[in-house]
Design a protein around this ligand. Structure first.
Ligand SMILES: O=C(O)CCC(=O)C(=O)O
Length: 372
């Protein structure tokens, strides 16, 4: 609900927006920058034609009234125009417009599983995206198992991110490989490639063959774990958000280094996940006491990440794929014995914004269809 308030001493006009019982004054500078008049915004792209920093610091509303369901607003710099109240209301919400994340533990409801054939329907894809954005992962079954099918599946959700490992990478046991992932050893929960800038947003791991009794896949939701750390050890949580860690990868042709705190928080202040790969990280040089405090916090985090209370564990069979947010959902696997049989996975990365964009497009399309 919008209310126009006029006060006389000194003379001022305010527009107040009330949402869920909370009233917020809409500043003149905020309103003026949101004008969608053709002199202010390009009609096709919706992009702004003026630069808001040119507006005067002391800008004020000089008039506000309703006109045919629109708000007519005038400003002290001489600009006046019509404003759509629905657009102003939407603009007051900085959310990215995607489903809210739902942290989960091992005892959560069954993992979301979709058949590849069903995902060819946009309606099913939309439901899969909702699950993915809420839970941070999904499983795709009955997929084709040609070499590089992982790329076909990835293209249904977004855009493949090529790295020094190629557009996709092979995960099978081979001696002298350039990463421990390519040996039969157990891999504890980790995020991939924290040494990159930017870190790959989403990972797909696709099983082509799995004839071993080991090599079980694990997934852990770091959002649930971090919440627990924050609750039990607020100081440790703070250190993990602040202390920079150096991550490094090097082989004959590549040398990647990135420095960042272990817990990642986005521009809106929301928790995104972690950069966590104990085989690759080096902590900052700090005093003995600070190092011990940090060590305790990291131990706390590491113990919870390894706790069965938070871990999903399952066998990824041939033709099954898991797709997960690389920072939010940590993945790992149990050790396996290559003498038992062959285990071959292919993996690739896609950017995090691909599925988010697709979700919004499909959501908008569904809304428009409902309206007609
Ligand atoms: O072998 C697997 O299941 C996982 C491999 C892995 O963790 C990785 O490639 O980062």
């Amino acid at each position: 609900m919008f209310e126009i308030q006029v006060s006389d001493k000194p003379k001022s006009i305010q527009l107040v927006l009330t949402r869920q019982g909370v009233s917020t004054e809409l500043p003149a500078l905020w309103l003026r920058a949101r004008s969608s008049c053709s002199s202010q915004r390009d009609a096709t792209t919706g992009q702004r034609l003026i630069n808001p920093h040119h507006l005067p610091d002391d800008l004020m509303l000089t008039d506000a009234r309703w006109q045919d369901g629109q708000l007519h607003l005038a400003f002290s710099d001489g600009f006046a125009g019509l404003f759509d109240p629905a657009e102003l209301r939407a603009g007051a919400d900085l959310s990215e417009g995607c489903p809210i994340t739902t942290p989960w533990r091992a005892d959560a409801k069954p993992a979301p599983v979709y058949r590849w054939a069903d995902l060819q329907s946009d309606d099913v894809l939309y439901r899969a995206l909702v699950d993915f954005l809420q839970l941070g992962f999904l499983l795709v079954h009955d997929t084709p198992i040609q070499a590089d099918s992982v790329l076909t599946i990835a293209h249904r959700f977004g855009f493949v991110r090529t790295t020094n490992f190629g557009s996709f990478f092979e995960v099978y046991s081979r001696p002298d490989s350039n990463d421990l992932a390519y040996r039969p050893v157990a891999l504890g929960p980790h995020t991939d490639n924290p040494y990159r800038t930017p870190v790959p947003g989403i990972q797909l791991l696709h099983c082509l063959q799995n004839n071993t009794s080991g090599g079980l896949s694990t997934l852990v939701d770091s959002l649930a774990v971090i919440e627990q750390v924050r609750l039990l050890d607020p100081r440790g949580f703070d250190l993990l958000c602040r202390v920079p860690v150096r991550f490094e990868y090097r082989d004959a042709s590549t040398h990647l280094v990135a420095v960042k705190p272990m817990i990642e928080i986005d521009g809106s202040g929301a928790l995104c996940g972690v950069h966590y790969s104990p085989r690759l990280d080096d902590i900052a040089l700090m005093s003995e006491a600070d190092t011990r405090s940090y060590h305790r916090a990291r131990k706390h985090l590491g113990q919870l990440l390894e706790s069965p209370a938070f871990e999903l564990r399952f066998k990824l069979e041939a033709g099954q794929l898991m797709m997960f947010d690389n920072n939010r959902i940590l993945h790992g696997r149990t050790a396996f014995d290559p003498a038992e049989g062959h285990r071959q996975l292919q993996g690739c990365y896609i950017d995090r914004d691909g599925p988010r964009s697709l979700y919004r497009v499909l959501h908008q399309r569904a809304e428009s269809q409902r309206a007609t």
